[in-house]
Ligand binder design. Structure first.
Ligand code: BGC
Ligand code: NOJ
Length: 814
């Protein structure tokens, strides 16, 4: 069953009924001001940091679902009837309801009794505000007398404090209302120098800024007193819950259309110019007023929307494909890179499942997210790498997360995830291959942001490898620490206290438990660093990394092969995890993917056998499961993994992030059919038809799909902010379609399904546009290239001479 459809031409997902299984959301903004917006306008806005600078309030896990947002109410002044064009919060009967989620904007609207209303929401480039453009049309035969009410609830900035510290917060709310603009200035009198504003393009009939006056006692957003009586109260908030609402009265002739603009924004004043006149407590509005004036102008708003559209056009234009498969095209050309940018911007901070409070920018997460966006925003990727590296510690270890606003490591989140530092090498390698900008390695970057501790970035990478080498266990395999990629495989935690967080509780010394996943990742990273060292003419060092990689690979083969697949780990007692010997958790997906990707087990049949075992034991029609059998009870020596009921999350869920590792591994061993088959199983567009089962948005990946052991097998959770986005993008574009940046040029090595006649791609790479046409003439993956009509040796297209901006590549697959 579907709840809408894709409009590929407009690059939108169109939801045609509002009662989707879960709120289907989109993101506004890509620089500083962000918003989450659901298909019924639920959600909230924030500036840079969803915890520390939250503009509007949102109640997670609320009843009814998703009920705080950017609400507009319409009221027929003749009959007193009122409704919301976005269905929520009044949930009246809707006609022609539609939500178009597009790239950085959302349009929501419906009709009711001949009044058509549509609002387009977006954040313009370069400024810190949300624009809501409401278009109203009277389709009745007679004139309509209408009232429009806007409404948002201000959050008192720190979302954590806002949701907990009521004894203080009910006293501090402050607003100013000037020329119809509502300014939210709580705590501005003291240490803040920022404020929020909510403006409207029309002359106001009234306003409200005190929530409980606007709503009336014991009423919800579905029935505000002001809207019901058709007149604002002109309330001024002093303490309690400041909100913003404008009331506009208008008459529309039959057939007439009117546009109204609302602006919800964030503004900072210099600390010494906060007040005007100086010495007063009145907000200085000198610099904010021009911003408001600009965007209240219809033409400026249209120009801003056009600029946003053009930016996405350019960003997506970097890689476009035409394959025989519609779900592949749609995801590669539109939604997957879009989701990659959202994960790049927000890491794991704010979604419908991430509260914006608990998690900031993840070290391992953001290094991986970058793999899917480095070609889209290379300059921003460069800065991100430097920011991440600056939270590395002198030991080479890393803070697991940092706050986006301060860029400082977040101490409240546990550390000692021993895989963390290695991901930095992968992101830097990806950046170098994409951009050719070797200067980044010489950038001086501090440790723990401590002034005076700076070394070249290259040394950060060296320390990352050393961090693993200095932490090897009894089998010469990497010690796992608190956990590796699988946050929940807590082999040193031994937690028996209810409620204790596995992510932060102190761990045992951890001198025994080893991770095969980190071993595979180390081999991958050591090979990457060797390749970098070689190109920096550090031949000896490169050789050393090669040797270390070989030594680790040998240890994996000696102590990490279980007979038909790679082991997962050794626990704190030196017992195997992920082995036929185990009662539960006999085989895990992660080491099969990462070891094959790292080139381990290719000399004999082991790589192939590991992947066969995955196919036989872990794959389902809904994707590949994390491990089998699921843990049926809690094991104190395994930790959080066994805390989940079977089939959910890390306990044998389909943890989508890991599936592309298997796709890549299958592609590496030449199984194009299998790789693409796995690709389609979790491809959201390919799952659109079963939306009632999948339940999350059909246009973006979710972190998890319930596994075979769960009663809700096939149901997705935790959509949007997941490493699944970047890794699927890498798997399909670089390994299945096979278009890969390398140090020497663009590699074309497709491993596509055997029944595809070929495909076409357009890739902008280091300023040159490559038009790639792949034709299949045989069943295999042997590729011959001709470049601008001339056959070349190998599968890497060399960079063209200076000045040439277009290259035609013909690839033949035999
Ligand atoms: C989840 C993980 C997550 C971790 C850190 C765990 O409860 O299962 O997926 O990475 O928390 O927030
Ligand atoms: C989600 C986390 O964000 C990610 O870092 C981790 O690898 C996975 N969960 C698996 O536990």
């Amino acid at each position: 069953m579907r709840y809408g459809h894709f409009d590929d031409h407009r690059r939108e997902y169109v939801t045609t009924r509002p009662d989707t299984p879960l709120p289907w959301i989109n993101y506004l903004g890509s620089e500083a001001t962000f918003g989450l917006i659901s298909n019924t306008t639920g959600g909230y806005s924030f500036y840079r940091d969803a915890r520390l600078r939250r503009l509007t309030r949102y109640r997670y896990n609320n009843v009814p679902l998703d009920c705080s947002g950017r609400y507009i109410y319409l009221r027929d002044n003749d009959t007193g009837e009122f409704w919301s064009p976005s269905w929520q919060p009044t949930r009246h009967e809707v006609e022609d309801y539609i939500c178009r989620h597009g790239l950085g904007y959302t349009i929501i609207g419906s009709s009711y009794k001949g009044i058509e209303a549509q609002t387009r929401y977006f954040v313009p480039l370069g400024d810190s505000l949300e624009i809501w453009q409401l278009t109203l049309t009277n389709q009745r035969q007679e004139p309509a007398s209408l009232s429009v009410f806007s409404s948002i609830e201000f959050c008192l900035w720190d979302a954590q404090d806002d949701a907990t510290n009521f004894q203080r917060n009910f006293n501090i709310g402050e607003v100013e209302i000037e020329d119809g603009v509502i300014y939210h200035k709580t705590e501005y009198r003291e240490r803040r120098n920022h404020l929020a504003f909510f403006a409207c393009s029309e002359e106001l009939a009234g306003f409200d800024t005190q929530r409980d006056v606007f709503l009336g006692p014991y009423r919800g957003w579905d029935h505000p007193a002001a809207v019901e009586r058709g007149r604002s109260f002109n309330s001024e908030a002093h303490g309690w819950a400041p909100m913003g609402s404008h009331h506009v009265r208008l008459s529309l002739d039959p057939g007439q259309t009117r546009r109204i603009i609302f602006l919800l924004g964030y503004h900072e004043n210099p600390p010494d110019r906060k007040f005007a006149p100086p010495g007063s407590q009145t907000v200085n509005k000198q610099t904010v007023k021009p911003v408001i004036a600009r965007y209240l102008g219809e033409e400026n708003v249209e120009a801003a929307f056009e600029a946003l559209r053009a930016q996405w056009e350019a960003m997506l234009g970097i890689f476009q494909v035409e394959t025989p498969n519609v779900h592949t095209n749609r995801m590669v050309n539109i939604w997957n890179p879009y989701q990659c940018m959202v994960t790049f911007n927000l890491s794991r901070s704010a979604s419908f499942f991430e509260s914006g409070i608990g998690r900031g920018i993840g070290f391992r997460d953001s290094n991986q997210d970058l793999l899917g966006s480095v070609h889209t925003v290379p300059e921003r990727a460069r800065q991100r790498i430097l920011d991440l590296a600056a939270t590395q510690l002198e030991t080479g270890g890393a803070y697991h997360q940092y706050q986006p606003l301060t860029k400082r490591g977040n101490d409240e989140v546990g550390g000692d995830f021993n895989d963390d530092p290695l991901w930095l090498i992968l992101s830097v390698a990806a950046y170098l291959k994409e951009s050719g900008d070797w200067s980044i390695l010489d950038e001086r970057v501090a440790y723990d942001r401590r002034p005076g501790s700076e070394t070249p970035l290259y040394e950060h990478l060296q320390r990352s490898l050393r961090y693993t080498l200095e932490r090897l266990g009894p089998h010469g395999l990497p010690l796992i620490g608190r956990a590796d990629w699988n946050d929940c495989l807590n082999l040193n935690t031994f937690s028996d206290t209810p409620g204790e967080s596995f992510q932060t509780v102190a761990t045992k010394e951890g001198k025994v438990a080893e991770s095969l996943f980190i071993a595979g990742l180390f081999v991958l990273a050591a090979k990457e660093l060797a390749a970098i060292a070689r190109r920096r003419c550090l031949a000896e060092e490169a050789q050393r990394y090669h040797d270390e990689a070989a030594k680790m690979a040998a240890a994996v083969l000696e102590h990490g092969w279980d007979g038909e697949w790679f082991l997962r780990a050794y626990d704190a007692f030196g017992h195997k995890v992920g082995s036929q010997e185990c009662e539960e958790g006999q085989i895990f997906i992660e080491p099969q993917g990462i070891c094959v990707m790292a080139g381990i087990g290719h000399e004999d049949s082991r790589a192939k056998r590991a992947l066969t075992a995955v196919r036989e034991r872990l794959s389902t029609p809904h994707g590949i499961i994390l491990h089998q059998p699921a843990y049926s009870r809690y094991y104190v020596h395994l930790g959080e993994i066994s805390s989940y009921p079977p089939g959910y999350k890390e306990n044998a869920g389909i943890f989508c992030h890991t599936n592309p590792w298997i796709m890549i591994a299958e592609a590496i061993i030449g199984h194009g059919d299998q790789a693409h088959d796995y690709y389609l199983r979790i491809n959201p567009s390919a799952r659109e038809e079963i939306s009632e089962v999948h339940r999350c948005e059909p246009y973006v990946y979710a972190q998890m799909i319930a596994g075979r052991d769960a009663p809700t097998h096939g149901e997705a959770k935790n959509s949007w902010l997941t490493g699944t986005a970047a890794w699927n993008y890498v798997a399909i574009t670089q390994w299945i379609l096979g278009i890969r940046p390398t140090y020497e040029g663009l590699q074309i090595a497709p491993v596509i399904p055997s029944n595809w006649p070929g495909f076409k791609a357009r890739r902008v790479y280091r300023g040159v546009t490559y038009y790639v046409s792949v034709k299949r003439v045989g069943k295999g993956d042997m590729v011959s290239l001709s470049v601008d009509g001339q056959p070349i040796e190998g599968d890497i297209v060399p960079l063209p001479p200076e000045g040439q901006t277009e290259v035609m590549v013909e690839a033949t697959l035999k």
